[in-house]
Structure formats: structure tokens, C-alpha cells
Design a protein around this ligand. Structure first.
Ligand SMILES: [Zn+2]
Length: 269
């Protein structure tokens, strides 16, 4: 009975946190309607991403470190159990990964909506009062509406000396992700290329140096029924990466590159 009670409390808390953020989402969503743009010749043409649905997952909620019991709860990730979420990392000066991911995601949302896409965020706020969303919910977000593509935004936290650069993670050609593997790999390759064109260096400390990693232990990837990648945009413990990850100009560059990756992926379909 106590465990049932706990489940009920968590369910209510989850609904409440969603409800509390709903008004914020409403404000953000009001700019969604620009699905058509005027063509240069005076006629009208569909926006390049009209009819597309993009899920952006801005990683960990800012308040996760204040709700450790909740984010430590184990959830099913398709091939085992893992904690609902983690706190994420931060720069040496304390700039949180959650805030980096949030700001990049928000810039991406604006760009994608101006291109005509419908954008779904897995969390609609960056708040110290909230926690989650759990990796299983992030993984399933967008499945019901058959979203076209999902991108999860993170920053890494390696203490290895000199460790810097980005890497793109996708799930293997097996199990739950066998059916999305090819599309996710293509998205990963396009994302890596777009990051490279924007001047971001591939990670020199992980994934063999090619900027790509295949992992089967991430619920965000495993439970997603669409092309999905997770991008570790840089190492927040590295001074150079941290400078770009915390500046408005750097965040805009990340957002631009990641949107270019999505555009390329969708254009080739
Ligand atoms: Zn992370």
C-alpha cells in the first residue's frame, strides 16, 4: 500500500508540474501558427518545414538536484531499468547543463517554427522548482503524434585534461531501435556534418574521435519511434567549450548547426 500511495503521489506531482507549466507553454506556443511564408515572386509557397513535427529534448530539468529521490526512481528504458533522470553537469564556474540545453533548445524552437515546423519540447520550462522529465517519458515524447525527428541536447562533464569537443549518440541496429536505426544514423551523420561546418570540433576524449557513438543504454533513444539522436555539444568542464556553451553567441551557433542538421535530414526524406 505505501508503494501504491507513493506512485499516486508521484503521478499527481507529475500532473501538477505539467499543469503548472502549461500556462508558460501556452505563451510559447502562441507563435506556432506561421506555417506559410510569402514567396519572393509574389505567390505563396509552403514553408520548408510545414507539416513537420520536431521533438526537442532539452535534457535534464534545472531542479533535478533538488529532487534526488524522485529522479533516482528507476524506470524501464526498453532493455532494463535506469534512474528517471540525473542532475546533469555544469561548467567550472557553475553554469548548469540544464540551462545550456534549455537556451539552445529555445533558440532552435524559434528557428524551426519560423521554417514552418511544429515543435514539441520535452520540458516547457527551465525551473529549479521542477524535476525530470524521466528518460522514459522523454523517449516516448512525440511517438503518439508520429513526430518526424527528435534531438536531445546535452553537455558533457569530463575531467580528463584537455577533453573537449562534441559527439552525437544514436542507438544500435538491434532490439527496440532496429526499426529506427538507419534513420537515426543518417540524422547523426548529418548533425555531425552540420556541427563541423559551424566550426565545432569532434570530441577528442570519447567515441574514438569520430564524433559518433552508438549506445543501447539510453531510454531517450530506446523508446523513441522516430529518428533520434542525443548530442553532447561539448565538455562543460573545458574552458574553451564552456566559453561557447555559456555565451549567447555560442548558443546561437549550436542552435543554428543543430537546426541545419534537422533540415538536411528532413529535406532528404
Ligand atoms: Zn546530460
Amino acid at each position: 500500500m505505501p508503494s501504491l500511495l507513493l506512485a499516486l503521489v508521484l503521478a499527481v506531482a507529475s500532473v501538477l508540474s505539467g499543469g503548472a507549466t502549461g500556462s508558460v507553454v501556452g505563451g510559447l506556443a502562441s507563435g506556432l501558427a506561421s506555417g506559410v511564408v510569402s514567396a519572393g515572386d509574389g505567390g505563396r509557397a509552403a514553408a520548408p518545414l510545414a507539416g513537420r513535427i520536431v521533438v526537442i529534448d532539452p535534457g535534464h530539468q534545472l531542479g533535478n538536484s533538488r529532487h534526488l529521490a524522485r529522479i533516482d526512481r528507476l524506470v524501464w528504458i526498453g532493455n532494463g531499468r535506469k534512474p528517471c533522470n540525473t542532475t546533469g553537469t555544469a561548467t567550472a564556474a557553475g553554469y548548469p547543463e540544464a540551462t545550456f540545453a534549455w537556451r539552445v533548445a529555445h533558440r532552435m524552437k524559434g528557428r524551426l517554427e519560423r521554417l514552418g515546423a511544429r515543435v514539441i519540447l520535452t520540458r516547457p520550462t527551465n525551473s529549479t522548482a521542477l524535476w525530470g522529465p524521466c528518460v522514459d517519458a522523454r523517449g516516448r515524447r512525440g511517438d503518439v503524434v508520429h513526430a518526424d525527428v527528435k534531438i536531445s541536447i546535452h553537455g558533457d562533464g569530463s575531467y580528463a585534461p584537455g577533453a573537449h569537443g562534441f559527439h552525437v549518440i544514436y542507438a544500435p541496429d538491434s532490439g527496440l531501435t532496429a526499426d529506427t536505426y538507419r534513420a537515426s544514423k543518417r540524422l547523426a551523420l548529418g548533425t555531425r556534418a552540420a556541427m563541423g561546418r559551424a566550426g565545432f570540433a569532434r570530441a577528442n576524449y570519447i567515441a574514438g574521435g569520430d564524433g559518433l557513438d552508438v549506445r543501447s543504454d539510453l531510454g531517450t533513444l530506446n523508446l523513441s519511434d522516430m529518428a533520434t539522436v542525443m548530442v553532447e555539444c561539448g565538455n562543460m568542464r573545458d574552458a574553451g567549450d564552456a566559453a561557447r556553451m555559456t555565451s549567447a553567441r555560442g548558443q546561437a551557433a549550436y542552435a543554428h548547426a543543430l537546426v541545419q542538421g534537422i533540415r538536411g535530414f528532413l529535406a532528404a526524406r
